[in-house]
Write a protein that binds this ligand. Structure first.
Ligand code: ATP
Length: 601
């Protein structure tokens, strides 16, 4: 296909502000485009060389190189070209003008640019852009210059305008994905009536060029049976949001899966034999940032090919507990990946599967998908299934929600499990509903808590006591009630000395003055007091301090607690009391309420 046809179409679209008219012009162009180059035309319309997730490099042609290419193509001096650019303010127009007037090119330059002229085709233009994008190394500048000048030399004036604008990244036709989908539907379906089919296909394979090629080659009908493809990202299914468990249950059909809503980064994972790719929520290829996830997946996933989804979360290497999102974000970098991988290890919590070998699972209900997923996952240190319950009881859901928060998750995802609970790619709907907290508060004061038990650590703390179970004092009953587990904030020296320090106090059963619903690895006499601080006080069904006081079935706990120092100046009865924690929690709530009235006012 001559590139001139595309350039002419671009020219007629320029300045059109009516979307309907733009769609018609675009549909006309797509209809005239042969199937074997339609993908290239679609990418060019988007001002791209392919979908973002392919990670095709930028063209890397700066202003200076552009001027040089024009000077070379049209036999002008660089300063002449620069003057024209300054005058017209649009290098595309300059190229167009210079191509019109023509120029005298020295034969030596002509040879440098690739010899005699020939008509430009879509393929040649696109392939030259690719060559420019992928040119690397010492001679890359020369190669870019030569390739671009070669194109411009052969370009008709109107072609030169759009070649230059594309290279500059200033095509600005105002055509978004939605308009392209409309135009494809009109061009190959006759009307926008087939738009749903085209859109569904695009949601399953986020590559507009590829969708256009299938439609042009095989017709819209072929899209109906389209399956996801390993290697091509699926547009993620999205959730609605609500704040009341009962209301959510009604929306999702009365009974649901309630899963931890992990606070990390969504990862869509494509496994093809030994090859693993990870795409982000926005479908960027983030594989290189998470080599540990890649290794984990290779080991854990027992299917030759699969597309699965989960949340990548930062994990405390010593305790295995969840860490906040901000810590994970430090992993989002191009350099020092190995170092960060050791400092901030991750774990992948899997919650869905869309494809297993050749079976398209997006059309299957969630319980079926979960079963298939479980059947191919052999959990390891890096990859596990998401924590969930099946429930139709709002109270049970709220307790699970509180448990999720105090474990460091953001809340829960409540998911429909009826027959229609398919994976709706790219769609935000009421099949998934997120239940998050509508408040966030801060713990401003430290508390002094009594150590009543301990747990063995993980990783480099393997075999050593690394996490402590802490309790507040209840003077009325003279007992200690648990508040949290703390494994963060200890130095290596603290950890190395921990066993010896506690050895005299180890007992083989829970101390009679300790009220705990958690089983410790090692029980201790309540003698030592630790000062800790956390992100905030939260409710938790796992801890016994203030149990049933604020909420039935829940106690008060500390989220993301951190050890500060030993308080050897305090005896266990001098520790923060249950009543004090209750007051702190109430003060915290009051602050949150004040903040929200302030923001409402
Ligand atoms: P959205 O993705 O809905 O536009 P957002 O980007 O602000 O909104 P959230 O509101 O936090 O994200 O909620 C959705 C995200 O929650 C998902 O994209 C996913 O990354 C994350 N998530 C964590 N746990 C789960 C889970 N068990 N099931 C589904 N998603 C989960």
């Amino acid at each position: 296909m001559p590139f001139e046809e595309v350039a002419n179409a671009f020219s007629s679209m320029e300045g059109v502000t009516s979307r309907i008219q733009l769609t018609q012009l675009l549909a006309g162009l797509l209809k005239r485009t042969p199937a074997d180059v339609i993908d290239k035309v679609v990418y060019m319309i988007q001002g791209k060389l392919g979908p973002d997730w392919k990670g095709i490099p930028e063209l890397g042609v700066g202003d200076k190189l552009l001027v040089q290419s024009m000077a070379m193509a049209y036999g002008k001096s660089e300063s002449d070209v620069q003057r024209l650019v300054d005058k017209l303010g649009d290098p595309g127009k300059v190229a167009e003008q210079l191509a019109q007037t023509g120029g005298h090119i020295k034969s030596s330059l002509l040879a440098f640019m690739g010899g005699a002229s020939e008509q430009l085709t879509v393929s040649r233009v696109f392939d030259s852009f690719m060559k420019i994008a992928y040119a690397t190394g010492e001679s890359s500048r020369d190669l870019k210059l030569k390739t671009l000048a070669g194109l411009l030399k052969d370009a008709k004036p109107i072609e030169a305008r759009y070649i230059v604008r594309f290279v500059e990244g200033r095509l600005r036709l105002g055509i978004g994905d939605a308009t392209i989908l409309d135009a494809l539907s009109v061009a190959y379906g006759g009307t926008t009536a087939v738009r749903d089919v085209v859109e569904r296909a695009y949601n399953l394979r986020a590559d507009l060029g590829e969708i256009a090629r299938i439609v042009a080659q095989q017709g819209v009908e072929a899209l109906k049976g389209l399956k996801p493809e390993v290697g091509t990202p699926i547009r993620p299914m999205l959730a609605e949001r609500a704040s009341d468990a009962k209301e959510i249950l009604a929306k999702v059909g009365g009974r649901a899966y309630v899963e931890y809503k992990y606070d990390g980064e969504r990862g869509q994972i494509h496994k093809d034999g030994d090859k693993v790719k990870i795409f982000s929520r926005r479908m960027e290829d983030i594989t290189s940032m998470y080599p540990d996830v890649v290794e984990g997946v290779k080991d854990a996933i027992k299917a030759e090919r699969a597309i699965i989804e989960g949340e990548i979360v930062a994990i405390d290497p010593d305790t295995g507990e969840l860490r906040p999102f901000q810590e994970l974000m430090q992993r989002r970098r191009k350099y020092d990946i190995d170092k960060m991988m050791k400092e901030i290890p991750t774990r992948l919590f899997l919650f869905d599967i869309m494809m297993k070998d050749d079976e398209d699972l997006t059309t299957k209900p969630l319980p079926y998908r979960r079963k298939v997923l479980e059947s191919i996952v052999q959990p390891n240190e890096r990859v596990v299934m998401s924590n969930y319950i099946e429930s139709s009881d709002p109270d049970e859901i709220m307790n699970f929600f509180l448990q999720a928060i105090s474990d460091g998750a953001e809340g829960v995802m409540i998911k429909a499990i009826h027959d229609e609970s398919t994976y709706r790619a790219g769609v935000r709907g009421w099949l998934w509903v997120k239940l998050k907290r509508d408040y966030r508060s801060e713990m401003t004061d430290t508390v002094d808590l009594v150590v009543v038990g301990a747990f063995y650590g993980k990783g480099k703390r393997g075999g050593k006591l690394g996490t402590l179970l802490l309790a507040a004092y209840d003077p009325d009953n003279d007992v200690f009630k648990t508040v949290c587990k703390v494994g963060t904030g200890f130095t290596d020296a603290d950890i190395n000395g921990m066993y010896d320090m506690f050895k005299p106090h180890i007992i083989d059963h829970r101390h009679p003055r300790v009220i705990s619903s958690i089983e410790a690895d090692v029980w201790l006499e309540p003698v030592k007091v630790a000062e800790v601080i956390g992100a905030e006080l939260t409710l938790s069904p796992a801890h016994t301090c203030c149990m049933d006081t604020i909420r039935k079935g829940a106690g008060i706990s500390i989220r993301f607690p951190r050890f500060i120092r030993w308080r050897d100046d305090k005896g266990p009865e001098d520790a923060t009391t249950e009543q004090e924690l209750l007051e702190m929690y109430k003060r915290q709530l009051k602050k949150v309420e004040e903040k929200s009235t302030e923001s409402e006012a």
